[in-house]
Design a protein around this ligand. Structure first.
Ligand SMILES: [Zn+2]
Length: 171
């Protein structure tokens, strides 16, 4: 790929499933894998350690090869007492089961790859946000201290704002 890594330029992330049937790439200005989601859907579908880490890329730049091997899971969730399908689309490889990325028609500009599916080396975040802790598995040791901020549900900042306020947003 031709993108330069000089300064903090937007980078292209390359991702793949374990068996190689699906590969994808997406451009991202927000590649820090800082957000650990403990919700029951993330930890069941993509969270061997009790949580999943989603990052964010620009949906219009998403390129997928092996699309025929991609499958989509939409969780059944409770909404105002009704059972509905979550709008979030969890894309995974139907050959090997690897969780790959999430898309959501409520936020069509973005796609949310699982950090675990990304092959491009990601930056190591200096802190984390532990989110949806109300749903966490009781056996998980949640990282402590000031650098691991904790939220019972959603965090106080968007992924974009988190990167901007820490000077790690990539132009
Ligand atoms: Zn696969």
């Amino acid at each position: 790929m031709g993108s330069t890594m000089k300064g903090k330029r937007m980078r292209t992330l390359e991702g793949s499933c374990h068996c190689g049937a699906v590969t994808f790439s997406v451009k991202s200005r927000t590649p820090q894998p800082y957000m650990h989601c403990h919700c029951s859907i993330c930890r069941k579908t993509a969270g061997g350690g009790g949580y999943a880490i989603n990052i964010m890329g620009e949906a219009r730049t998403l390129k997928v090869s092996g699309r025929a091997n991609l499958s989509v899971y939409r969780a059944r969730i409770e909404d105002d007492g009704k059972r509905i399908h979550s709008p979030a689309r969890r894309h995974f490889c139907k050959c090997c089961g690897s969780a790959l990325f999430i898309s959501d028609p409520r936020w069509p500009k973005w796609v949310y790859p699982h950090a675990s599916a990304i092959d491009t080396p990601l930056p190591k975040p200096k802190e984390t946000a532990q989110i949806m802790l109300d749903s966490r598995a009781p056996w998980v040791a949640v990282a402590g201290g000031k650098r691991n901020r904790k939220f019972t549900e959603f965090p106080d900042q968007s992924i974009e704002d988190w990167h901007k306020t820490r000077g790690v947003y990539e132009k």
